[in-house]
Design a protein around this ligand. Structure first.
Ligand SMILES: Nc1ncnc2c1ncn2[C@@H]1O[C@H](COP(=O)(O)OP(=O)(O)O)[C@@H](O)[C@H]1O
Ligand SMILES: [Mg+2]
Length: 318
């Protein structure tokens, strides 16, 4: 289902506002909202869900208007047919896994074939044999899977995720990233994923919406956002960037240690060396600027190193 936000505004006091927010989330896509804490990601997600009411604007699900300030339309959250996955899982501790997944279906009185619906949702996350357990008897990853099963039970038109992986440890987080992506893609379900973690957004999404202080900075594929950031904010937020001048910069992988055609040579001094497994990350002093580059060989602190930067890979931003 395509989701369209037209001219949405929402204000909290004098300090924070979402102004004229326009966005199309294509049917079946996995779209992330990425931005620092407090930039308004959750607020926009909650407005899509119906848990928060915009001050003005319109929201469409496909051709259907679910919110319009002008036309006084506001379809309540429970009638928008969405699945929600939260950061803290929000499972009921006193209910079994089966009952946690059945909860929303019971609330919406969709109890025809309840066993089958819950069974199917649990099977999608490979927890079909865990129905009798309680949340406290599950690992963090299994709890997150139950939360996912609960969100997809009842066949929602769209899934909304609000930082669902932040509570997991690093290894599990990576595992769940690909699991969520595979699951949502195999279901063909439109997914909106809120995160402040750029790796998460870049690795999972078809499209990334970069947000800053209630506004959209840039919308693009992860590759577009990474290679052609439209603003300094995006450039700095996504990955590492090295400044050559006030508004010229390059990514660590654009530098090499061998003279190249069409490249700029710079004298630098090694400040720090970190072994990353497949390469070394060097911290360099380049005439007073601090750079990060990758190297296949180990250097030592205070080594003088010439760095060659491919001209084609230098970005100019204003
Ligand atoms: N119910 C509310 N009342 C007042 N201010 C709020 C409310 N919800 C969010 N805010 C404010 O709106 C801003 C954006 O919040 P939020 O959407 O939660 O950001 P994010 O999810 O990107 O961290 C913050 O400054 C927050 O304090
Ligand atoms: Mg949030």
């Amino acid at each position: 289902m395509e989701i369209r936000l037209k001219n949405i505004t929402k204000r909290y006091g004098d300090s924070f506002g979402i102004e004229h927010f326009n966005l199309v989330i294509p049917n079946g896509s996995f779209t992330s909202f990425l931005g620092p804490s407090g930039c308004g990601k959750t607020t926009v997600l909650r407005m899509i869900s119906g848990l928060e009411v915009p001050d003005s604007g319109e929201i469409f699900f496909g051709d259907k208007c679910v919110f319009s300030s002008e036309k006084k339309i506001n379809i309540p959250a429970e009638k928008r047919n969405l699945g929600f996955v939260f950061q803290d899982f929000a499972l009921w501790p006193h209910l079994s896994v089966f009952e946690n997944v059945a909860f929303g279906l019971r609330a919406k009185k969709q109890t025809n074939n309840l066993k089958e619906q819950v069974g199917k949702a649990l099977a999608s996350v490979r927890l079909e044999n865990y129905g009798e357990r309680y949340p406290s008897q599950l690992s963090g990853g299994q709890q997150q899977r139950v939360a996912f099963a609960r969100a997809v039970a009842g066949n929602p038109q769209c899934l909304l995720f609000d930082e669902p992986l932040s509570a997991l440890d690093a290894v599990l987080r990576e595992e769940m990233r690909s699991e969520i992506k595979i699951l949502t893609k195999s279901m063909g379900i439109t997914s909106v994923f809120v995160t402040h973690d750029q790796l998460e957004a870049m690795s999972m999404s078809d499209a990334v919406v970069i947000m800053n202080q209630g506004k959209i900075e840039q919308i693009g594929t992860p590759e577009e956002i990474y290679h052609t950031p439209a603003t300094k904010f995006t450039a700095d937020f996504i990955g590492k960037f090295n400044y050559i001048s006030e508004n010229e910069m390059f990514r660590p992988e654009a530098a090499s240690f061998l003279p190249q055609e069409e490249s700029i040579a710079c004298k630098t001094k090694v400040i720090s060396v970190q072994f990353l497994g497949n390469s070394y990350e060097l911290g360099l002093d380049a005439g007073g600027r601090r750079w990060t580059v990758l190297s296949q060989t180990r250097y030592s602190a205070n080594d003088e190193v010439a760095v060659y930067i491919n001209r084609d890979k230098i970005l100019s931003l204003n």
